[in-house]
Design a protein around this ligand. Structure first.
Ligand SMILES: Cc1ncc(COP(=O)(O)O)c(C=O)c1O
Length: 411
């Protein structure tokens, strides 16, 4: 099959059966496109009807290195034949090497391994509060953390406590206190919100779920300076923006900013296992003592093996370079469509938020039309689409994606 053989319809008996079971037996907390994956390879997904789709979401950047990346699956297969889980009650031989490698990649001293992205965020918040109590001297119960409006950091009670999305919060109260939200990109508002009890500023360097919102160039350097000046931890949630997605190891690198704490997830698990981490220096992560935090699966041997391979792949720099180079091509092709159904294009590397002329169609409608032509993207916030393919996509495949997008816009 060539990339020109794309589906013309999403219907099919296998598809209907699979979706019917999910609708009957799985909680309906998502609204997925009606495409049922049977297998996947590189940048491509094959559905249960045998139709192929170019994956331009990459599991929200968890599949940065491509589906079933051979280096990562080889590591996973080898580790499955040795040891997969002992819990942190004992030591596992590969946890130390994984933490050492990730700490070095981040230029930090220590790693706290967890599983999901939301867990890394929760853990980062706990670490910041404990640092506030033990190091900064903030009285128990008085700490506050400043966040950005329109953030997306996950789905736990504490995290939705500072979400500005009514759907994420409605019916889930009471909420966790101690958070202050200020407009993203507004240095003056941030400065105003910080007081003597502020222990951290938590930000996505580029807001992903909000529509790939890039802050003004002076914003993150100013946040860094404010945090340093007020003895406040700068926490960068790089769970979606990090690990080569933007053409840099971390999105913060674009502005030469080094946060005190990195929150990492998604691609860290190589698209195979959930693996997340809080990464910081000893004066920050050293505030945790035995019994104060933990996770049965956090840093398990299978995840540590995969994470070690992912870190080694990132240390080579080729995925960052690929994302930068192919991203320039993707953004160039998308920008050419401004005025032709597209209003704006944002982002860096192979990460593009595209605002569609709202009178044309909703983002969801465009996503469906694109799926019918063999391109999987996800809409966010009404009429914004996100293009975030696995970083193994080729230039020819990007051109093919854009051709499908043009055809959908014109139709
Ligand atoms: C920036 C950011 N932080 C945290 C999360 C939560 O990650 P997870 O879904 O693995 O809990 C996400 C998920 O999209 C995210 O984009």
């Amino acid at each position: 099959m060539t990339i020109l053989d794309h589906p013309t319809s999403l219907a099919g008996d296998e598809t209907e059966n699979a979706i019917g079971l999910v609708e009957k037996y799985a909680a309906q907390n998502y609204s997925p496109l009606p495409v049922v994956a049977a297998s996947a390879d590189g940048a491509w997904i094959t559905d249960v009807e045998g139709r192929r789709y170019l994956d331009c979401l990459a599991a929200y950047s968890a599949v940065n290195f491509g589906h079933r990346n051979p280096e990562i699956t080889a590591t996973a297969h080898a580790q499955l034949d040795t040891v997969t889980l002992v819990s942190r009650a004992f030591h596992a031989a590969n946890l130390g090497p994984f933490c050492a490698g990730l700490a070095e990649l981040c230029g930090k001293d220590m790693v706290l391994p967890m599983n999901s992205g939301a867990e890394a965020v929760e853990s980062g918040l706990k670490v910041a509060r404990k640092w506030g109590a033990d190091v900064k001297g903030v009285s128990e119960g008085r700490a506050n953390i400043v966040v950005a409006e329109n953030n997306f950091h996950g789905r736990t009670i504490s995290i939705v406590s500072f979400s500005s999305d009514p759907t994420a919060r409605g019916g889930f109260g009471p909420f966790t206190p101690g958070f202050r939200a200020v407009p993203f990109g507004d240095v003056a508002a941030l400065a105003e919100a910080i007081d003597e009890n502020t222990v951290a500023v938590l930000l996505e360097p580029i807001q992903g779920e909000a529509g790939i919102i890039v802050p003004p160039d002076d914003y993150l350097p100013a946040v860094r300076a404010l945090c340093t000046g007020h003895n406040v931890l700068m926490i960068a949630d790089e769970i979606q923006s990090g690990l080569a997605r933007t053409g840099y190891t971390f999105a913060c690198d674009r502005w030469g900013v080094v946060p005190d704490v990195y929150l990492l997830g998604k691609a860290l698990g190589g698209g195979v296992v959930p693996l997340s981490a809080v990464v910081a220096n000893r004066d920050v992560l050293g505030v945790l003592h035995p019994g104060e935090h933990g996770s049965t699966f956090g840093g398990n041997p299978l995840a540590a093996a995969i994470g070690t391979t992912v870190v080694a792949m990132l240390a080579r720099g080729e995925f960052q370079a690929r994302s930068a180079e192919l991203g320039a091509h993707l953004h160039g092709r998308l920008r050419d469509l401004i005025g032709d159904g597209v209003i704006a294009v944002r982002g860096f590397g192979l990460w593009a938020g595209v605002d569609i002329e709202p009178t044309l169609a909703t983002g969801k409608e465009i996503s469906l039309r694109l799926a019918e032509r063999g391109v999987l993207v996800k809409d966010t916030h009404g009429s914004t689409l996100r293009f975030a393919p696995p970083l193994v996509i080729t230039e020819q495949e990007i051109d093919w994606v854009i051709d499908q997008f043009v055809a959908v816009l014109r139709a």
